[in-house]
Design a binder for this molecule. Structure first.
Ligand SMILES: [Zn+2]
Length: 245
């Protein structure tokens, strides 16, 4: 393999600064995920360009000796400054973490990139960023092949389960369930969100008071099936401690 220079365009989904002042970034691009290092980047002009959620065009240099490509140049192609607002930032961060955990170089990458870019735009611009994040979280999972079983009870296989599965984030029938059934709007969402178009889901938001159970299902499902995602704590309302009698 020869040394080579490659140009790519993508969104920064992860950024880490090493003690030596290098910036290690992970980008989601239409060609898949890409990890690269900007040596000494923290002290140069790259520092402000290689920021989380920035859409950048980068020139990278890959040598056979190093498994990490080196960033030669970076040009800012787009930014969504509203994502810095506290009520939007946590949702954008969760999307980036999910994308990082779900996608590799592979066949669905162009769709993944479009979906992820759409999620960030929606979280940035829409008046209800929480709803965008829930819809896009389920869609990203579905695209990556992680689809919760909703036609049958996760425990006994009975048809048409309608109760949350507090352990696996799937669905339970009334016999297996310990929690009350989902209200109709939340039930409709958990059953059909993956198959329905993003637009259709965005236009039919589940009432705010039903979202905590959707977040819990998403968190449980991702934790069991994918792992490796840490942004939940600030987003997912914790279930109330059971009261000992
Ligand atoms: Zn059951």
């Amino acid at each position: 393999m020869r040394s080579r220079t490659v140009n790519r365009s993508g969104i920064v989904i992860r950024r880490r600064v090493t003690p030596a002042g290098d910036i290690i970034v992970t980008l989601l691009t239409p060609q898949g995920k890409l990890k690269a290092i900007a040596r000494g980047g923290v002290r140069g002009p790259l520092a402000s360009r290689l920021n989380l959620f920035h859409h950048v065009g980068i020139q990278i240099y890959q040598t056979p000796q190093s498994d990490l490509a080196s960033v030669q140049q970076a040009v800012l192609e787009g930014a969504l400054p509203k994502l810095a607002e506290p009520e939007r930032y946590a949702f954008a961060h969760l999307m980036a973490e999910l994308a990082d955990a779900l996608f590799q170089e592979g066949e669905f990458t162009e769709q993944a990139f479009e979906l992820f870019a759409g999620a960030l735009r929606g979280i940035s611009h829409q008046p209800d960023p929480e709803w965008v994040a829930l819809v896009m979280g389920f869609k990203l999972l579905g695209l990556a092949g992680f689809v919760a079983q909703t036609a049958r009870c996760a425990r006994c296989g009975a048809d048409q389960p309608a109760h949350p599965d507090p352990l696996g984030g799937q669905m339970l029938c009334s016999n297996c369930a310990s929690l009350p059934a989902y209200p109709p709007e939340a039930l409709d969402f958990v059953r059909y969100a993956v198959r329905r178009s993003v637009r259709a889901s965005i236009e039919a938001p589940v009432p705010t008071e039903q979202r905590a159970m959707l977040w819990r299902a998403l968190e449980r499902f991702v934790t069991v099936q994918v792992g490796n995602v840490q942004s939940w704590r600030q987003l997912v309302p914790q279930p109330q401690e059971s009261v000992r009698v």
